[in-house]
Write a protein that binds this ligand. Sequence first.
Ligand SMILES: Nc1ncnc2c1ncn2[C@@H]1O[C@H](COP(=O)(O)OP(=O)(O)OP(=O)(O)O)[C@@H](O)[C@H]1O
Ligand SMILES: [Mg+2]
Length: 370
Amino acid sequence: MSSRIPHRIEEPASPEGGSRGAGMAVVPNLRDTLMPFADSVPWPVVVVDEAGLVLYVNDAMRAAGKSVPEKGRRELSHLFPEYFAAMRGTPAPWLVQQEFVVTRSVAPSLEIHEHVWVRRLPKGACLIVVDETRLHHLESAHAQTARLASLGFMLASVSHEIGNPLTAMHTMLQVLQSKKNVAREDLERGIRSVASNVRRIVAITRKLNAFARASTESAALFAIDAAIEEAAVLLGYDSLGESVQLIHEPCADAWTFGHVDQLQQVFHNIFLNAAQAMHGSGTISVRSRVLERSVEIAIRDAGPGLPEDAKSRIFDPFFTTKPSGEGTGLGLAISYEIVHEHQGSLVAANHPEGGAVFTIALPRHAGPFA
Ligand SMILES: Nc1ncnc2c1ncn2[C@@H]1O[C@H](COP(=O)(O)OP(=O)(O)OP(=O)(O)O)[C@@H](O)[C@H]1O
Ligand SMILES: [Mg+2]
């Protein structure tokens, strides 16, 4: 055991080798209990003190090539800059309970993905690092397969939806070509029709591209409140969205794990539908709450509610009740896919007092301040 001593910064032992309270069990000191325990776990562990100095790294971390130098700088930010950069909270992020995923390159074409948990200890904190590279590859492959499968499911409707405007354009061009002297009026009508069909195709391909593209953000712990606020800001840039009122009852405990940009897209789609249903005037109320294992977000508008005959079809790709050129019918279909990819659910109903209510449930994760 003495060969391990150089890797450790010893804390002064109490005279009895532990602290003893009247009539209480012996509580061994940190060195006697924590270090053998940390060395026995198969995951790399880093122990820091309250000032952010690395006191100790366990056997698994040393096997991964990182040890605590006997001399020189021992700040966490210096020895583990990638973990430090990913931490949240000030002024001492290492004392804030949190979890995050760090992706780093260890060779030109080799990236590793580590899930890091930061947990408080009596006189500091520890970082527990789990290499999830394999899991990450499996999940990415699975997510990509699921995306391709749902795109495949949409494909038949896509070719239909894109085929219609293409046929209309083709016919219109044939008509215009077959005429020797096309009247200016007919020509203008023809150009307007082609332009509107092109707009529709562009709108469909844009939405599908945004969905098919892998997320730009890596999966991470994020606050539901922050995603909602971001989507609300985006809504303000829409001509109908800027005039509606959005009331958000925040819930600081609502945290989940995933791709924040995709979930923002879901909130944005639902907010935009609400603004469109209310013709740009009225209130959207957003309420988040935490349940034992999930986070629930209810979004209610003051519009006419979901049409009775359309309720069961609103999540179908290309289902829309909006006039041609105004809706592709993909917003909710894509949102549904994204929420399910995050192991969540998305349901819609009409509120007894009026308006539509969309409820999203996502797995609950402990936030950094838990
Ligand atoms: N808040 C709402 N109130 C009433 N009806 C709604 C509401 N949200 C959605 N719907 C109905 O669900 C349909 C499908 O919505 P979805 O967002 O998928 O497509 P869209 O809004 O028509 O087009 P896109 O979002 O692709 O531009 C809408 O056309 C509308 O009939
Ligand atoms: Mg929509």
